[in-house]
Design a protein around this ligand. Structure first.
Ligand SMILES: [Zn+2]
Length: 389
């Protein structure tokens, strides 16, 4: 038996380890049944979230500005607690020669109100809002107007739970506790994902390349928990080419397969509760939950995650393979979306994010109460491995 002074030293340490390692509560069925659904907001003619984005959104044009105004004003008017900041850069493209084209990433964040910027680990949900120059008139509904609208719905639906949870933590004296993991959420609406002529390392990912480099070279204050904003990304979830029926999303990366399994499990829970409306032919959007470690290859789809992944950020890439048949054609418009699939992606992502943020017991439920909290241990994350082209 350890002498008393040992106990007094070890006990707080034990509690600290426990509170960082566990404290995770699965979302209950009641909470899932009560998640807000964005039915009319995804209407392609009149929907408040989606329809304003179903325009051409080429960087340097009025359509880009309209899309920016839609996203920024949505947060300023509906979610004033979420900070909106801009990362602006310019670059030349092979098509526009010497002309400097503006690329403007929109970064939207919700951190615990007491937390210093460098101490917050953020679930990072990502989609690009620009559209391709050609073919002329290209809308890019799945690429990526619909994913942007999905993320706006997710943000709006998380807000009440976050507010409640953080107010309770402040009341309980947990705010600022150095041993409690500080979690926030951010959404990156990236610009300049598309190539202007042909996809190359320099003609693509204009916004993502610039932002990843900027964050990598912008250190947080000394003694921060995370050394820079890139290091603060606990998981980079990239949604792309989502919104047509029967998507098949592989698990691309072994180091984030644990997160893929959580997404897949959220999808199957929602389907079993009859809370999703699409009817994929295979029964699921995410068929790879049982993929074995030996089945992962080094191949992946180039997209906005690449500049982040090359710098060590863990990435969950939600993009179908094969690509939808409308990809990069004029048929990628509102009329060719499968709105049931759009809504279902929004709900799966919302359930995943609510569970990640540990909002069980804080989300509003239809029964007018908040669900009971049951503590279970968080599963161990798989070790990180670097994936190359
Ligand atoms: Zn594209």
């Amino acid at each position: 038996m350890a002498p008393p002074f040992m106990c007094s030293l070890l006990f707080p340490l034990f509690l600290a380890v426990l509170s960082i390692a566990s404290g995770y509560t699965p979302i209950s069925d009641d909470t899932l049944k009560s998640l807000p659904v964005a039915n009319d907001d995804f209407n392609i003619e009149t929907g408040s979230l989606l329809s304003p984005l179903l325009i051409t959104r080429v960087p340097g044009t009025g359509g880009q500005v309209e899309a920016q105004n839609h996203i920024a004003s949505f947060f300023q008017e509906n979610l004033p607690e979420w900070s909106v900041s801009w990362h602006n850069t310019t670059d030349t493209t092979p098509l526009t020669e010497d002309e400097e084209i503006p690329f403007q990433n929109i970064i939207v964040r919700r951190d615990p109100p007491w937390a210093a910027e460098g101490d917050v680990g953020r679930l990072t949900l990502v989609a690009h809002y620009d559209s391709k120059v050609e073919p002329e008139g290209f809308i890019g509904a799945i690429d990526s107007a619909a994913p942007c609208a999905m993320l706006m719905h997710v943000a709006r639906s998380l807000e009440e739970g976050l507010k409640h949870m953080w107010a309770e933590m402040e009341e309980n004296g947990e705010a600022g506790d150095p041993f409690t993991e500080v979690k926030g959420v951010q959404i990156l609406f990236l610009d300049g994902e598309e190539a202007w002529e042909t996809w190359t390392r320099t003609d693509s990912l204009y916004g993502a390349r610039s932002l990843a480099e900027y964050w990598d070279t912008t250190p947080h204050a000394a003694m921060s928990a995370y050394r820079n904003p890139l290091n603060s990304i606990s998981l980079f979830v990239l949604l792309d080419l989502l919104g047509t029926a029967n998507p098949r999303i592989p698990s691309y990366f072994q180091n984030t397969h644990w997160a893929y399994k959580k997404y897949a499990s959220m999808e199957s829970r929602l389907r079993n509760l009859h809370l999703l409306t699409s009817k994929p032919a295979s029964g699921t959007f995410l068929p790879d939950k049982d993929k074995k470690a030996s089945d992962f290859s080094r191949g992946f789809v180039e997209d906005d995650h690449v500049p982040f992944m090359r710098r060590g950020v863990p990435v969950l890439h939600l993009i179908p393979t094969p690509f939808p048949s409308v990809w990069h054609t004029l048929e990628d418009d509102g009329e060719h979306l499968d709105i049931d699939t759009v809504k279902d992606w929004a709900q799966i992502t919302l359930g995943f994010a609510a569970e990640w943020m540990d909002l069980e017991g804080h989300m509003p439920t239809t029964k007018g109460r908040r669900a009971d909290r049951v503590q279970v241990e968080r599963g161990a994350d798989e070790p990180k491995t670097k994936t190359e082209l």
